[in-house]
Design a protein around this ligand. Structure first.
Ligand code: DCP
Ligand code: CA
Length: 587
């Protein structure tokens, strides 16, 4: 059956391109089912333009009844002379039509839910069945909708029903690769502004004095039950103690638990989090991490906005996103972010070694759009040139075996000079990852001071390895402020691939704290540092300190007294954190 227009009024109907047809495969019966009312007339046209079939006479196969404002469900039943409608027919008011069309622009499902309820209609519990991949299979109205999309455990409450209906409709639209919408099409700036406002309400951790970045995803400074500052470090108490909330207290394998019922949602939110992290958007990065941490702890599937809203650290906006991911298996904002061309350029520039957000955005604003552009026309430092020339190398992961080979060359060269030197491969390698972004090597020697180690590394090791052609000049000139790091690039004999390598010079008496810090991951580190801070202590890559006095905003007022720095295990013990093998520090 084909949709028909009211014959009385000649109306030009321009069908939207298939990809935009949010109502394709749906059969709408309007009540009243005519175009006498101007508002209804326009809505019927819109429905058809966006893919719906308008059914003129009541019959089997109708998927939606669209009730005009001012009319009620009892009116409709009386008119149809039916005691009730089949359970699989969706009853909505006519705001449903613009709501669905505009949803992809700016309207939330929550808003839609509120606006498309029909007075007197409480009994319709089932969402519509929307054909998934092939709407054409339901061309015939004789085919009864199935309930396959409805899982028993997810039976919606009456109040959630409308939201589910829209979500299912949108899911069907998604599956037909509904990429953009015509009206009010997603404006990333608008989204960002709205989001920025809402995120202001989210709780945030204190800054850690040793890190520019903000802290762990899950800790809550407002926790009344935490010990008072300056109190003695205590071992973990019962299973529900405040300390148990810290990620560092638990084995973290980075899987988020493959059996986690919210694994897919976590995965999509993680991508969004990574995106914001790359954009140096600290607020959103934290908000997403907090939400992910909440979801990781959740044992039941979170499908609706309402359920998501009940999770700690999940605000309105994030709850909407969680619902969207559940129903659509993807996140619009992520698609938009990935499709935004200047975002893509910005992200690419930020992948150049040593280039941060501000330099990258400067180049974007100056009109550069590719690495070739930069090489040919931009004023570049020598390090930036190297970063561009070896862009591919520096952005590819280094297989574990190759990391070992780089480590071996440094170890053998150094131990040939002095066998007492110890070289340990840190970072993701120590956490057992199959590949690494760069090579982090701790260099230390029993009872040696930083000066002892540095003098050998600078005067002998680096020149020697450079002479071999293993270490490359350029980045190799850089020592950090305290003179304890050397950043550079290394190339295996016979290879042309440059790898990023960091030599981390650690005095013997700080080796435990340094091992802890350079094992990471960064989130684990933030978590354990904040835990120390809550116990009135302070942890950094040089040691664990006590009697640190802090001001109102937890800023450090005194350095404190060193408690432990030699033994990684002792630091765990003093903090009351059960020992975690490096492979269990992947948060
Ligand atoms: N680190 C940290 N906070 C940061 C950066 C680093 O605590 N902001 C610590 C934890 C990291 C370690 O230093 O694990 C090494 O830093 P990398 O950036 O090299 O990170 P990874 O080695 O963990 O990962 P990748 O494989 O990407 O190198
Ligand atoms: Ca690393």
């Amino acid at each position: 059956m084909k949709g028909k227009r009211n014959k009385g009024k000649e109306e030009k109907i321009v069908k939207q391109p298939e990809a935009r047809q949010v109502f394709k495969g749906m059969y709408f019966y309007f009540y009243p089912n005519n175009t006498i009312n101007e508002v209804r007339r326009v809505r019927i046209i819109k429905a058809i333009e966006f893919g719906a079939e308008w059914v003129k006479d009541w019959q089997e196969g109708i998927t939606h009844v669209v009730v005009s404002k001012g009319h009620t469900y009892p009116h409709l039943l009386k008119f149809l002379k039916m005691p009730s409608l089949p359970i699989d027919i969706v009853v909505v008011n006519d705001d449903f039509i613009p709501g669905c069309i505009e949803y992809r622009g700016l309207m939330s499902m929550e808003t839609l839910k509120d606006i498309h309820q029909v007075e007197g209609h409480k009994t319709n519990m089932a969402p519509p069945d929307i054909p998934s991949s092939s709407p054409d299979t339901r061309r015939s109205l004789q085919i009864k909708p199935s309930k396959k999309q409805m899982q028993p455990s997810q039976t919606p409450s009456v109040t959630e029903q409308s939201s589910l209906e829209v979500a299912h409709a949108l899911r069907a639209a998604d599956e037909r690769s509904l990429a953009q919408l015509p009206t009010g099409a997603a404006d990333p700036l608008f989204e960002l502004m709205k989001e920025a406002k809402e995120l202001q309400e989210l709780p945030i951790d204190t800054e850690d004095e040793d890190s520019n970045a903000a802290i762990s995803p899950i800790e809550d400074d407002s926790d009344e039950s935490s010990p008072k500052k300056g109190s003695k470090a205590s071992a973990s108490r019962d299973g529900n103690s405040w300390q148990d909330n810290f990620q560092c207290m638990h084995k973290n394998t980075g899987m988020g638990g493959s059996d986690n019922p919210n694994a897919r949602t976590i995965q999509v939110l993680q991508q969004m989090c990574e995106y914001y992290n790359k954009m140096q958007d600290q607020w959103r990065t934290i908000a997403y991490r907090k939400a992910i941490a909440s979801l990781r702890k959740e044992t039941k599937k979170i499908s609706t906005r309402k359920e998501a809203r009940n999770l700690p650290y999940v605000g309105e906006r994030l709850a909407a996103k969680i619902e969207e991911i559940f129903f659509t298996d993807r996140l619009r904002r992520l698609d938009n972010a990935q499709q935004e061309p200047t975002d893509a350029v910005l992200q690419m520039f930020m992948k150049i070694y040593g280039v941060g957000f501000s330099q990258a955005s400067k180049w974007v604003n100056q009109g550069y759009r590719s690495l070739e552009d930069l090489s040919a026309r931009a004023k570049l430092t020598e390090n930036q040139r190297i970063g561009i020339r070896h862009f591919e190398d520096f952005n590819s992961r280094i297989p574990r075996k190759e990391v070992e080979q780089h480590g071996k060359i440094v170890r053998e060269t150094l131990q040939a000079m002095d066998p007492a030197f110890e070289i340990t491969i840190m970072g993701s390698y120590r956490r057992g990852m199959k590949d690494s972004g760069d090579i982090d090597l701790i260099i230390t020697k029993k009872n040696a001071s930083l000066q002892d180690i540095r003098s050998i590394v600078i005067t002998t090791l680096v020149p020697k390895l450079s002479a071999f052609g293993f270490l490359k000049a350029g980045l190799a000139t850089m020592y950090n402020d305290s003179g304890s790091k050397w950043h550079g690039a290394s190339v295996l004999p016979g290879s042309k691939v440059w790898r990023r390598i960091d030599l981390l010079l650690v005095p013997w008496n700080e080796i435990g704290a340094a091992m802890l810090y350079f094992t990471g991951n960064d989130i684990f580190n933030r978590s354990i540092r904040l835990l120390a801070s809550k116990k009135g202590m302070r942890l950094n890559q040089r040691g664990l300190y006590k009697d640190v006095s802090r001001g109102q905003n937890r800023q450090k007022l005194t350095e404190g007294t060193l408690v432990e720095s030699r033994s990684e295990r002792k630091i765990f013990q003093i903090l009351g954190v059960p020992w975690r093998d490096p492979v269990h520090r992947i948060c």
